[in-house]
Design a protein around this ligand. Structure first.
Ligand code: ZN
Ligand code: ZN
Length: 280
């Protein structure tokens, strides 16, 4: 199967929309293939994630996908840095440990983050400012006081890849005019910050897994982790303080959907990976 066709199959899987939140209208055909190509060519990648909840907690959507993608980039020999609010950084470290990956993580604005010097930016489920300059959650509530302005990086000259599921995330400015008609509270929450390549997904972790699958196809590698590793990662981040953004509870569900549903989608993506070579 050719690469573009495979990527459109992957995009079809990850933009499945069980919560009927309207992400299908935000898909940009061709962007998943372009994003994987940009990731394959990048030398140093900054991966921003974390959507701070009411008490500043991490959400179970975003960090797992960001950790999986960062792990894949490290497996390809590329230095990465995970970036989020200081309160979320320990959650990223715990998740990476569960995945068996050594992934550096630093608070946005810290010396380590400022000195990293990426040539590609990635955002996996990060709040992005709306037209009024404020950040909002999917319920339309203003959350600016607890959000680090990571999106300002994406207003600069570096190329970027962004994943979102609600129209209020970094990168959604690329499809700004479609958001109000597609998403609840879209008029108020629509993010104005664009990106080079946008992946709209039913759940942002799925979009990140789709990126890993496409990056594997682009580079001739099997990079996607399995369901057992994902379940371990999810328990680790919940133990470290992550909560479900829909239920508000510390449980291994994402966007209110049970873990089994996420693991099923991961299996489906696995089936699209390159076949294992004989003997491997
Ligand atoms: Zn979202
Ligand atoms: Zn989500």
């Amino acid at each position: 199967m050719n690469f573009e066709l495979l990527c459109s199959q992957i995009q079809g899987l990850v933009s499945r929309d069980p919560g009927q939140r309207g992400c299908g209208a935000l898909v940009v055909p061709g962007d998943l293939a372009a994003a994987a190509t940009a990731l394959a060519a990048a030398r140093r990648v900054l991966v921003a994630t974390g959507f701070p909840q009411a008490g500043g907690e991490a959400e179970t959507d975003g960090p797992p996908g960001a950790i999986a993608l960062a792990g894949a980039l490290v497996a390809l020999g590329k230095p990465v840095l995970l970036v989020a609010e200081a309160q979320i950084v320990p959650v990223l470290a715990a998740g990476a440990l569960a995945l068996g990956a050594r992934l550096p993580a630093a608070p946005y604005g810290s010396p380590a983050a400022a000195a990293f010097g990426p040539d590609l930016l990635v955002s996996i489920e990060r709040p992005g400012r709306a037209a009024d300059g404020e950040y909002h959650n999917m319920r339309g509530e203003r959350i600016t006081a607890r959000v680090a302005p990571v999106d300002e990086l994406f207003l600069g000259p570096l190329p970027s890849v962004a994943v979102g599921d609600g129209g209020n995330e970094i990168g959604m400015g690329k499809v700004y005019s479609r958001i109000a008609g597609a998403v609840r509270h879209g008029e108020r929450v629509a993010c104005v910050v664009p990106c080079s390549h946008l992946i709209a997904a039913g759940v942002s972790n799925w979009g990140a897994w789709g990126l890993v699958t496409a990056l594997g196809a682009r580079t001739g590698r099997r990079l996607l982790h399995g369901p057992a590793a994902e379940a371990a990662l999810m328990s680790a981040i919940v133990a470290a303080g992550a909560i479900d953004g829909v239920t508000g509870r510390p449980e291994p569900t994402v966007d209110g959907l049970p873990l089994a549903e996420h693991l099923r989608l991961l299996e489906e993506l696995h089936a699209l990976q390159l076949p294992l070579a004989a003997g491997s």
